[in-house]
Write a protein that binds this ligand. Structure first.
Ligand SMILES: Nc1ncnc2c1ncn2[C@@H]1O[C@H](COP(=O)(O)OP(=O)(O)O)[C@@H](O)[C@H]1O
Ligand SMILES: [Mg+2]
Length: 263
């Protein structure tokens, strides 16, 4: 199994969209954990498998609430619901107050998520970590990850914020044994322009430990697939077509070895 955490540095570049896309295309059994401390979006954006609404009482809140007594991988899976398209999702919190109140529950959740699938049914966990800033209460979900994916747009301001976040994470994610999660960037940008490639070059220059996990096109129709819109051929959208290569890269990184060293 593998734990993959997706985050942004600032703004709303498309972390939730990329996380839903990744979960839909993931090459192994997987569950998506909506762990944005600002509040989860998935419950409002995606219908249940039967077309109805997802149960808002199932998800992260009962997990974090009971986490002080310890948490098992099986408990995490019990809170998952199947959404349209077949992805299993653990829905997120109502807002930042709930995430602050969870306190050490985040740490127990990270341990349970990282250990998930060591039992009978190997299950990868994809985490929508939302925006990660200095005050991040859920940093353990990144520290415990096999792969950390920073999603960014290609404009100058976004790239500068992403670069600063990577610098900080290089220190913050290093474990006692000196190992780091595989860490890299996915740049969302206009495929006809060079700025997404230039953004990736700037970000990988932060250090040899920052990888280029690929590009996703700006594609409104494709993004709407992960925003509850009914689309007859989602697999034909530019986003899903480009997503296959990105997701294959992420899965390979997450199932590879951890890396040594950082800034
Ligand atoms: N690749 C993309 N192309 C076009 N629009 C996108 C793309 N990814 C996300 N969006 C749109 O941008 C907005 C924010 O996306 P979201 O995934 O919620 O971002 P975040 O989780 O980073 O806040 C949404 O309206 C979404 O549909
Ligand atoms: Mg989001």
């Amino acid at each position: 199994m593998a734990l993959v955490s997706l985050l942004s540095a600032k703004g709303s570049p498309g972390v939730t969209t990329t996380a839903l896309l990744s979960a839909a295309l993931w090459p192994h059994p997987a569950v998506l954990l909506d762990a944005d401390p600002a509040g989860g979006d998935v419950v409002a954006r995606v219908p249940a498998a039967d077309g109805g609404v997802l149960d808002p009482d199932r998800g992260l809140l009962p997990l974090l609430t009971s986490a002080r007594r310890g948490l098992s991988g099986a408990q995490v899976l019990e809170q998952a619901q199947v959404v349209a398209g077949g992805t299993r999702v653990v829905c997120g919190l109502a807002g930042p107050e709930q995430s602050l109140a969870a306190g050490p529950g985040w740490s127990a959740l990270a341990t349970a998520a990282a250990g998930l699938g060591h039992g009978d049914v190997p299950t990868d966990v994809l985490v929508d970590a939302g925006r990660v800033g200095a005050e991040a209460v859920h940093l353990d979900l990144l520290r415990a990850a096999d792969a950390v994916v920073l999603v960014t747009r290609a404009d100058t301001a976004s790239v500068l914020h992403a670069r600063e976040r990577l610098r900080v994470l290089g220190g913050a994610l290093r474990r006692g044994d000196g190992l780091l999660p595989r860490t890299g960037v996915v740049v969302v940008g206009d495929p006809r322009r060079r700025d997404a490639d230039e953004a990736a070059a700037v970000l990988t220059a932060v250090g040899g430990w920052v990888e280029d996990f690929g590009r996703l096109p700006l594609d409104t129709a494709g993004a709407r697939v992960f925003d509850g819109a009914r689309t007859s051929w989602p697999e034909r959208t530019a986003l899903v077509r480009a997503g296959r290569a990105v997701v294959a890269t992420l899965a390979a990184a997450a199932h590879g070895e951890l890396q040594r060293g950082a800034a």
